[in-house]
Design a protein around this ligand. Structure first.
Ligand SMILES: C[S@@+](CC[C@H](N)C(=O)[O-])C[C@H]1O[C@@H](n2cnc3c(N)ncnc32)[C@H](O)[C@@H]1O
Length: 250
């Protein structure tokens, strides 16, 4: 039983590819025709116009992949990919590295099976700056998965980096990851939305209840809007999500 077999049961109800972020990831894959998606989960961000294999340790996650998906799914761990050297043109990993048990080994495996690596991740230092974490749920920073989250320097040290791009989070972002609702605070009161975020799903129930009530109160009294109301007028924001492109195309 993996972590996501426990916390990932309702993942697909709030987590889906955001089309703007998907376009950025697809562009980063370049002309790669054969793609392996490592830590693929339910299959978000897998481009439909190429041959993609999705792999994940969690059967709970793999079973939530769209029934119409033609993408084959494999149960695997990043640290030991069951593919020969160079089996793919590109290896993709989205919002998954902070859950791996051995990040360098996983990145090495991605490099072994594909000449290009594309990684969508968040800079851990930015997490503490987000109002959600800073003011309501600072306990998130102590979670194992958050403390293990690699920054760009660590990821870059294991790969031949070509470029790193900012991934702006749109005001109407459709993928319910932790920073998705930076301008729509009411969304974080919804237990289903919280369940779709590994940080919330791992939090102690009492800490989660307390932070949620604090936010609910601040929204009712206008305290949140007094501090952050200008966020509601912005069209997108940089809150530390990044896309790293490494290696080369064969
Ligand atoms: C936040 S989900 C991201 C899923 C998907 N890539 C997405 O963008 O929606 C993190 C995923 O990493 C997977 N994962 C955890 N440990 C892993 C490992 N060692 N190797 C590969 N994937 C792993 C989890 O099972 C989970 O499906």
């Amino acid at each position: 039983m993996t972590r996501y077999d426990v916390i990932g049961r309702t993942y697909a109800s709030t987590r889906r590819a955001d089309p703007r972020i998907a376009a950025q990831i697809t562009a980063a894959l370049g002309d790669a025709r054969r793609v392996v998606n490592v830590g693929a989960g339910t299959g978000s961000y897998e481009p439909a116009d190429r041959t993609v294999v999705g792999g994940d340790p969690s059967l709970t996650m793999l079973r939530q992949r769209a029934p119409s998906s033609v993408t084959p799914a494999v149960q695997l761990a990043a640290e030991a990919l069951p593919f020969p050297d160079g089996a793919f043109d590109a290896a993709l990993a989205t919002l998954t590295l902070h859950h791996w048990s051995d990040i360098e080994r996983g990145l090495q495996e991605m490099t072994r099976v594909a000449p290009r690596q594309v990684i969508f991740f968040f800079e851990p230092a930015s997490a503490s700056e987000l109002w959600l974490v800073d003011e309501y749920f600072p306990e998130i920073l102590a979670l194992g998965s958050e403390r293990a989250a690699p920054d760009s320097a660590r990821i870059g040290a294991a790969l031949e980096v070509q470029r790193m791009e900012v991934v702006p989070v749109p005001a109407d972002c459709q993928d319910g990851f932790a920073g998705c609702y930076w301008n729509r605070p009411e969304a974080y009161l919804d237990p289903t939305v919280q369940e779709g975020m590994s940080s919330f799903a791992q939090l102690d129930a009492e800490i989660r209840r307390r932070g949620t009530e604090h936010l609910r109160r601040d929204l009712e009294t206008g305290a949140w809007d007094a501090r952050h109301g200008e966020l509601r007028t912005m069209t997108e924001i940089d809150i530390g999500y990044r896309l790293l492109v490494a290696g080369h195309l064969s």
